[in-house]
Design a protein around this ligand. Sequence first.
Ligand code: NAI
Ligand code: MG
Length: 330
Amino acid sequence: MYKIAIVPGDGIGKEVMSATLEVLDGLNLDLKYEYGEAGDECFKKNGVALLDETINIIRNSDACLFGAAGETAADVIVKLRQIMNLFVNLRPIKSYPGTDSLFNDLDFIIVRENTEGMYVGKEEYIEEGAIAKRIITREASERICNFAFKYARDNNKKKVTAVHKANVLKKTDGLFKKVFYEVANEYPDIETEDYYVDATAMYFLTRPQSFDVIVTTNLFGDILSDEGAGLVGGLGLTPSGNIGKSNALFEPVHGSAPDIAGKCLANPTAMLLSAVMMLKYLNEQKSAKLLNDAIYNVLNEGKCLTPDMGANSSTMEMAKEIKNKLLEKS
Ligand code: NAI
Ligand code: MG
């Protein structure tokens, strides 16, 4: 039995979560759900966007599935990553069949540092305007670079690319780059390279196939992963995992999408692929493969898809079709 924390959040977060739980019901797994509140609605109801109770539910779970928060995202998801020390944000950029993808041959992953950098929330007003602190520590840089190299080794990836802006951010990114090459020495079997973030943004468009594993700091990782989502058919398709020493939280890269919320238009694929990542993390490899194959099957058939993918099924119709494929196989 696995204890799974379920935090649907706001807007389409709730819709893609119900769809995902409907599909997971088709797997032969003993999952015990504990629900936690967080986000804009939670704030309206309780005066705080993230309840202590929710934090405890996540802490005591084997893994957490998180939908999306709205305007309170910084007080919810960014805070959860920091207080639970979920130091890795894993964001695969993969071409899926039957999707309106700019590229159909991509399979790389962004390993984003998740606890510091530009997102430490240390901003203040000064007379002339406002300033933000960007914190890069040796410890967090070593930890994320080690994770990236280990990930490459364990997943048959050949190369790790560090992305930074060390020519301008000489001290902070200078340190990140230095640590990257120190860690690289321990993994002589893995190829290494490093690029400036602006050049990387262009290479994403001109030769994204050349990437295997990218390791980078918090803000750059955030921006590049949305750009990566754009390469493979949009935010409806890109999953992620926030992983720490003893906790993990899986969520779609997208937010609460107020423009389509409440209309049953949300693509459940990103949330479902996040559930696949969760099953892999729990070492339920067989269920992970079954679910992944069922999603691929439905994408490949191209019939029962949400409007962002050019068809006209609802969120739940697409989920039920994926569940049917699962049930056919098990
Ligand atoms: P967003 O990801 O919610 O939406 C961006 C665009 O992609 C919208 O046009 C939306 O309709 C579309 N989209 C996103 N997910 C989709 C899906 N599953 N199916 C079909 N279309 C989809 O980002 P946006 O608009 O910048 O932010 C909206 C709210 O979400 C804000 O309040 C923001 O703070 C929050 N947010 C929360 C995040 C989180 O909880 N992890 C991450 C990003 C934003
Ligand atoms: Mg983002």
